[in-house]
Structures are given as structure tokens and as C-alpha cells.
Design a protein around this ligand. Structure first.
Ligand code: DLL
Length: 445
């Protein structure tokens, strides 16, 4: 751990609702779930799906009744592009965002003015849980635009009363200049971009630990505990994890408190289930499964049982911070990111975890999967840290073997490891890409 600038993050609540007794929370969820089903029934897609499932709003008496509702997938949203999923007239919208993804039709998300107010409060909750104070200046390096990261966090920060530097993404040298000159206290971006900022600062002769940053709120992509340690070591700040997805709201679905032992789900606004992605039955408590989310308060475009494809585990044990919302663990991977290599399931996050355990490996890597003959092959290209970089064959060989052993230890697979010079792999300003599956191209006619 670095020597953080603040001895500890104070334990403060933005809203007392975060500490609502669970019995009260369950009753509120039941009422809000019934209201949500009433609203959703105004959408032709849900009217049909509810009819098919034989459920009416009056059948919803407890949060557990969510299991009677139909699922929603990204394909459903795409099929109703652009505004077919709205539960309000288009004229009631105050803003529109779209999900990330560069191919095909985007999935469109609508918000009423009330939804925007709720969203800002939900972001304020996790920002405060992770140490944000009204006197702070916050540098937002998420893209501003259709992506929910920039605007979502922006209004949350304003709610808290802190000042926002809406830097948006790109032009890293300029971002560093602004953080340095404005003496910003908090940084908001993807975890991979935080590392990018640290690296570019060092290249420019500035030790990122000398910046005034005290806290970082990172999210929008999977990252590991090893990556958190790396960011904290390089930047000298406390790093917090927060989660969300545009189809359900954007950032603000869950976030960490000062204990940083899982992200508290804002259960008064989102009903979460953790299901086996094959059987769609609940997994046993504490096991990994697909996160399925139902909106409880969204007006413009409520989604019922949205299949996020994100794999994580839920923890309902009490938290010392006093918040009563259950905690979700790190996103282990997405069902559509899972690689099947020689029949073994591998998530990119497992490779990241393995290589960041090895001294000398930098947190920049690319996994390439191919099938040159009959069998799959995984090649992991890893950058060496500048301090460890050496032209000596024996040292490079030893480092490569240590990484291979670490990957084998976690995934059970033999990977070809290619060590590359510092700063040769691509850097990202938004969500990082770590996988190139060449087998997919070969499958195409
Ligand atoms: O990434 C919303 C967001 C913005 C969250 C800023 C946090 C901060 P989408 O572009 O729709 O929305 O992408 C959602 O990103 O299904 C996860 O796979 C992934 N994701 C988001 N947060 C995390 C996280 C935003 N903390 C998709 N850890 C989700 C791991 C995350 N993956």
C-alpha cells in the first residue's frame, strides 16, 4: 500500500436510505417492484411478455415475485430501437444515452427529469461512500457524450457540492497539466486510463505520486485487486470500484464504501439476482453467477430482469460501514468475454491476476487466441516494467517462465508468453481491450 495522503476515509452516508433496516427495504422493494411492473406494462414488448408469463402487477407481493417476470436481453432492446422500450411519451424525456459498442444498432436509454435526479443522487451516494467531500475538486476523464460515464458522474459530483473539471477523455498530457495546476483531489476514469495517466506523467518527468490526488473512483471495465494495488502504488491515492451499465441506468448501481470489501448495491432502486447463466436458477449464496437486474424506480425506461452478462458473486453479510445494501464482488468477467481454450474456461481477469503477481510484469497485456492447427493456442503478450527491462536473454527467459507458471497456476493452461519492451502495447483512454480471438475471424464464411 502507498502512504495515502489522508489517514483514513471517513465513514459518511449521503442518504439515510442507504442504512435502511432490511425488513423495511424488502417492503419498499415489493411496493416499487409492483409499480415498476405497472409502468412496464405500458410498453408493448412487456405487455406481450407479461401476458405470456401470465403475470399482472397485482401478482407482485414480495421482492421474490421478481422470479415470475420475463427476462430482458440486449437483443430485446436492439429489436425495439430506438424508442420502443419507453414507458413514457417521447416528449417526457429529458435526456438520451446509448450503450457502448461500436457495431450494429446501439441500445438507447431514456431518462425523465425525475430519473436524472435519482441518478445524480445514486452517484452521489457511492462518491461520498468513497471519501468525496464538498471541498474537493474532481477531474472527470470519462468521455462526455452518449456514454453514461461522463455525464452520470458529473451530476453526482455536483450533487455532493464538489467542483467538477469535465476534462472528458483524450489528450493525456493536457489532463495531467490540469490535474497538476488545479490541484485536483479526485480522479474519475477507467482503471486502465488511470495507469495510462500515471505512465504519461512519469514520461514527462512528473512523479504521479506528487500530484494532489487523494482518491480515485474507477469503473466501467473489469479490473483486479492486483490492478488496484498497482494504481495505488503508482499514484498514491485510494482507489474505489464502482459499477453500472447503461441499459439499467449507468454508473450508480453499486459502489464501494471505505472498507472496500465489495460494492454495495443500491437495493432501494435495483433488485438484483445472481443466476446460473445456463439454467437461470439462483446460484448458491456466495457463488459466482450472472447478475440480473430489475429497475425499481426508473420512469422512462424500466427494465425487468435485465441479463447483464456480468459474472460476480453477492455477499449479504453485514458491513461495518452500516450500509445495508448487499455487496457484489468484483466483476469476474462477462459471459461473452469468456474464452474457451482447449475446453478450459478462461476469463481475461484471471490472466491479469496471474501476471500482476509476478514482479517485473507491467499491467499492460494482450491475450491472443488462435487455432493454427487442430488445437487452440493462447499467447499472452506482456510488457516488462522499465526497471526490470533487460536485454539479457537469461533474465528475460526467467521472467517469462515465472509468468507462464503464474498463468498455469490460476487457469490451468499453458500460455505462450511473449515479453515486449515497455510502452509497446496499445493504450486506451476509455475501456481497455485485452483480447484478440483470431478463431472468431476464421469461423466467418
Ligand atoms: O460502463 C457505466 C459506467 C460508467 C460504470 C462509469 C462505472 C463507471 P456501459 O458502457 O453500458 O456502462 O458498460 C457496462 O461495463 O456490463 C460491465 O461489463 C462493465 N463494467 C462497468 N463497471 C464495471 C466495474 C458503463 N466496476 C459494462 N467492474 C458492464 C467491471 C464493469 N466491469
Amino acid at each position: 500500500m502507498p502512504a495515502p495522503r489522508e489517514a483514513a476515509i471517513e465513514n459518511r452516508l449521503w442518504s439515510l436510505d442507504e442504512a435502511m433496516p432490511r425488513s423495511e427495504l424488502r417492503a419498499l422493494q415489493a411496493r416499487r417492484l409492483r409499480e415498476t411492473v405497472e409502468r412496464a406494462a405500458r410498453v408493448p414488448h412487456y405487455r406481450d411478455a407479461l401476458l405470456k408469463a401470465g403475470v399482472t402487477p397485482g401478482d407482485i407481493r414480495s421482492p421474490g415475485d421478481v422470479r415470475r417476470l420475463p427476462f430482458t436481453t440486449k437483443e430485446d432492446l436492439r429489436a425495439n430501437y430506438p424508442f420502443g422500450m419507453l414507458a413514457v411519451p417521447r416528449s417526457d424525456l429529458a435526456r438520451v444515452h446509448c450503450s457502448s459498442g461500436t457495431t450494429g444498432r446501439p441500445t438507447v436509454v431514456g431518462y425523465t427529469a425525475e430519473d436524472l435526479e435519482t441518478w445524480a443522487n445514486l452517484c452521489a451516494r457511492f462518491l461520498v461512500a468513497g471519501g468525496l467531500k464538498p471541498e474537493h475538486m474532481v477531474h472527470v476523464a470519462f468521455g462526455y457524450g452518449l456514454f453514461t460515464g461522463g455525464f452520470g458522474l458529473h451530476y453526482g459530483i455536483e450533487k455532493v457540492g464538489a467542483s467538477v473539471v469535465p476534462a472528458s477523455s483524450g489528450n493525456t498530457e493536457r489532463q495531467i497539466m490540469l490535474i497538476r495546476d488545479f490541484q485536483s483531489d479526485a480522479l474519475i476514469c477507467t482503471p486502465s486510463y488511470a495507469l495510462n495517466i500515471a505512465e504519461v506523467a512519469r514520461e514527462g518527468g512528473l512523479d504521479p505520486r506528487q500530484l494532489s490526488l487523494k482518491i480515485g473512483h474507477f469503473g466501467a471495465e473489469p479490473w483486479t485487486e492486483e490492478m488496484r494495488n498497482e494504481i495505488e502504488m503508482q499514484m498514491g491515492l485510494y482507489a474505489f470500484n464502482n459499477y453500472g451499465l447503461s441499459e439499467v441506468m449507468g454508473p450508480g448501481i453499486s459502489g464501494e464504501c471505505f472498507r472496500r470489501d465489495g460494492m454495495h448495491v443500491q437495493e432501494d432502486h435495483f433488485l438484483v439476482e445472481c443466476l446460473d447463466p445456463e439454467t437461470l436458477e439462483p446460484v448458491s449464496p456466495g457463488s459466482n453467477g450472472e447478475l440480473v437486474i430489475t429497475n425499481l424506480t426508473k420512469q422512462a425506461m424500466p427494465v425487468l430482469r435485465y441479463r447483464t452478462r456480468d459474472i460476480c458473486a453477492l455477499d449479504d453479510s453485514p458491513c461495518a460501514c452500516g450500509r445495508t445494501g448487499i455487496r457484489m464482488g468484483r466483476i469476474f468477467g462477462r459471459t461473452d468475454d469468456m474464452l474457451i481454450i482447449r475446453g478450459v474456461n478462461v476469463f481475461p481477469s484471471q490472466v491479469e491476476e496471474a501476471l500482476l503477481k509476478v514482479e517485473g510484469a507491467a499491467p499492460h497485456y494482450m491475450i491472443e487466441v488462435d487455432r493454427p492447427g487442430a488445437l487452440d493456442e493462447m499467447t499472452v503478450r506482456v510488457e516488462m516494467k522499465a526497471a526490470q527491462f533487460s536485454d539479457m536473454i537469461s533474465q528475460v527467459q526467467a521472467l517469462r517462465e515465472r509468468i507462464q507458471r503464474a498463468i498455469y497456476g490460476i487457469t490451468g493452461l499453458h500460455a505462450n508468453v511473449e515479453l515486449v519492451k515497455p510502452q509497446t502495447l496499445e493504450r486506451f483512454t476509455g475501456k481497455a481491450r485485452h483480447v484478440n480471438d483470431k478463431r472468431k475471424d476464421k469461423r466467418r464464411p
